[in-house]
Design a protein around this ligand. Structure first.
Ligand code: SF4
Length: 319
């Protein structure tokens, strides 16, 4: 495998202010072209044949030099995010790169955004254990839906992949996030959501489960779902799971009236962010919510960078 230092393609991008992860400096581990072991229907990159290894490779030295320059320029970075035009775990020197970043990162944390498939490879599995934060995508758990939506490289089987995700959640000491992207008519069925729910219930130490939908032009002619549908899907998951609706682009006006009792029942089942409240509550309901906050029945709880409204009694119970 020949190493091509793609100096003309910038490996560093950002900083990006992420609501979920703070100030992030991104590293693109495939800046010249899409190299991915999936060809997801919803991908924001153009369709491309899947690969199981990178052939167009940037050197570790190039990335570290670019990163040092960027860190000198931006002194407010919370997280260094490993990503790619494609799948970052296909980068063949990932372990060495993480070790080199660790030497210069200071207090900043290292995060990777991955489609999870490479966890099947023991070397990648061990490499990801070294990170501070890992976000795994898991769009489907039944073979049929997985193949339809994520169009994986041959040999990637969802049953093995979900076992590896479970194993990883037990061994990983850092912050683990799961992301599920819902596509209309594919993984938004009751059956698939229930199957995903069963897998999620078996995971340990998951910080947050972000559910979202298509919010950029997709590679293939598929459609996202509405915020209301996302909200309904969120209700279908087990109440103990830290589900967070991440996608706002398809937000539509669906405000309705909530009595005190309905507010309490809703927050008892699922903590909501202020943004959720804006999308769900009419003005009178917001006033009722304000009063419940003033009386101390409802309080806020910060998880990572997000603030959730929760029942005070639930917060005490968890302590
Ligand atoms: S895993 Fe990511 S980069 Fe790869 S095809 Fe899917 S959305 Fe695109």
């Amino acid at each position: 495998m020949s190493v091509t230092a793609l100096v003309e393609n910038k490996t560093i991008f950002g900083p990006i202010r992420s609501r979920r992860f703070g100030n992030s400096l991104g590293i693109d581990l495939s800046p010249a072209l899409k190299q991915c072991n999936f060809d997801c229907l919803y991908c924001e990159l153009a369709p491309a044949a899947t690969v199981d290894k990178q052939t167009n490779i940037v050197s570790v030295q190039t990335i570290i030099e670019d990163l040092k320059n960027a860190l000198d320029e931006h002194n407010n970075i919370d997280v260094i995010t490993l990503t790619a035009n494609g799948e970052p775990t296909l980068y063949p020197y990932l372990s060495e790169l993480i070790d080199e970043i660790a030497k210069i990162k200071g207090e900043r944390e290292i995060l990777i955004l991955t489609n999870s498939a490479a966890l099947i490879d023991e070397k990648v599995f061990q490499t990801l254990l070294k990170l501070d934060q890992v976000k795994l995508s898991l769009d489907a758990v039944t073979p049929e839906v997985f193949k339809k939506i994520d169009r994986p490289h041959k040999g990637i089987e969802i049953d093995i992949l979900t076992c590896k995700v479970q194993e990883f959640s037990q061994e990983f000491a850092g912050k683990l996030y799961i992301e599920i992207l819902f596509v209309y008519g594919l993984n938004d069925t009751k059956e698939e959501v229930q199957a995903i729910n069963e897998v999620l219930k078996t995971l340990s130490h998951v910080e947050r489960i972000d559910i979202g939908t298509i919010d950029r032009p997709p590679a293939y002619p598929v459609q996202g779902i509405s915020y209301t549908e996302l909200y309904e899907i969120a209700q279908m998951f087990d109440a103990s799971l830290p589900i967070h609706i991440a996608s706002r682009t398809h937000a539509e006006s669906c405000v309705s009236s909530y009595t005190d009792e309905k507010i309490i029942n809703t927050l008892d089942k699922r903590p909501l962010t202020l943004e959720d409240i804006e999308l769900l509550f009419d003005e009178d309901s917001k006033s009722r919510l304000k009063k419940l906050i003033e009386t101390g029945d409802i309080t806020t709880n910060r998880i990572g960078n997000l603030e959730f409204l929760v029942l005070s009694k639930n917060l005490k119970r968890k302590r």
